[in-house]
Design a protein around this ligand. Structure first.
Ligand SMILES: Nc1ncnc2c1ncn2[C@@H]1O[C@H](COP(=O)(O)OP(=O)(O)OP(=O)(O)O)[C@@H](O)[C@H]1O
Ligand SMILES: [Mg+2]
Length: 251
């Protein structure tokens, strides 16, 4: 870690533009996430939340601007990109576990293949992580034998197995019923309390107000508000955010 890492954000997007064909989806995105900070990204459907998250680890290319991890520009390809991606964990709505592999294999695969961690050590760590997400007894299960909430907690354990510096979440609970949603949000809250740096797209406003250090509101590909949750929820400054909140809170 660079000696001056306290002086710059762990993750920084600067003037990021992104288009799909003629459709510009992100406009001059400036966003900083400091070490240990939890930032919740809100916005209407189609506002660019997933695209923004996917740009961070280069699942999408960007047209212009810069993305820096711990002050170092994230390369757009090659071995350097692979190394950087290993530091950025990602959890999706759809879990994306390997269905033909056990829970333990799902969690140990990347550390063993990408990091060269010895299998035995990767397995020990996987068992620790499973205990941490409340699934100590599920190591030999297959994903299809688990509930959605359990699968998502495995996906979180899998991301943690790479010792990421930042975790990105894209609507991790929107495919889950309320009880399973709470199981997953509890795990995320614990990670936040332990100091994990997180950028989270979610429609869970309770989580956002309790756990986020900052809420960032995206409207049509532009960040139009960035505020501590208590300020944002008590008094959004833009009509778009007010409109968004009135819709989401009356659901
Ligand atoms: N691969 C793609 N090709 C073309 N257009 C895309 C692609 N991915 C996203 N878009 C468009 O970019 C815009 C932003 O999409 P994005 O998925 O980032 O929105 P979102 O805020 O995550 O929405 P939601 O809340 O519905 O998940 C949308 O207009 C979408 O149609
Ligand atoms: Mg999305």
């Amino acid at each position: 870690m660079p000696a001056d890492s306290a002086s710059h954000p762990l993750l920084r997007l600067a003037a990021v533009d992104k288009s799909f064909g003629a459709h510009q989806v992100l406009h001059g995105i400036d966003l900083e996430v400091r070490a240990g900070e939890v930032v919740v990204l809100l916005g209407a459907s189609g506002s660019g939340k997933s695209t923004l998250i996917r740009c961070v680890n280069r699942l999408e290319t960007i047209d212009s601007g810069e993305i820096l991890l711990d002050g170092v520009p994230v390369p757009s390809e090659g071995r350097e990109l692979a190394r950087m991606r290993a530091q950025v964990g990602m959890v999706f709505q759809s879990f994306n576990l390997f269905g033909h592999k056990t829970v333990l294999e799902n969690i140990t695969l990347a550390p063993v293949r990408v990091r060269g961690v010895p299998v035995r050590r990767a397995q020990e760590r996987a068992h620790e992580l499973l205990a941490r997400v409340g699934l100590a007894d599920k190591a030999s299960a297959y994903p299809a034998q688990l509930s959605g909430g359990q699968q998502q907690r495995v996906a979180i354990a899998r991301a943690l197995a790479m010792d990421p510096r930042v975790l990105l979440f894209d609507e991790p609970t929107s495919a889950l019923d309320p009880e399973m949603t709470n199981e997953v949000l509890d795990v995320m809250s614990e990670l936040a309390a332990e100091g994990m740096t997180m950028l989270v797209v979610t429609h869970e406003m309770g989580f956002a107000s309790r756990v986020a250090d900052r809420v960032v509101f995206l409207d049509a590909g532009r960040i139009v508000e960035s505020a501590p949750p208590q300020d944002f929820f008590a008094g959004p400054r833009t009509d778009r955010a007010r409109d968004f909140l009135s819709k989401i809170l009356t659901h």
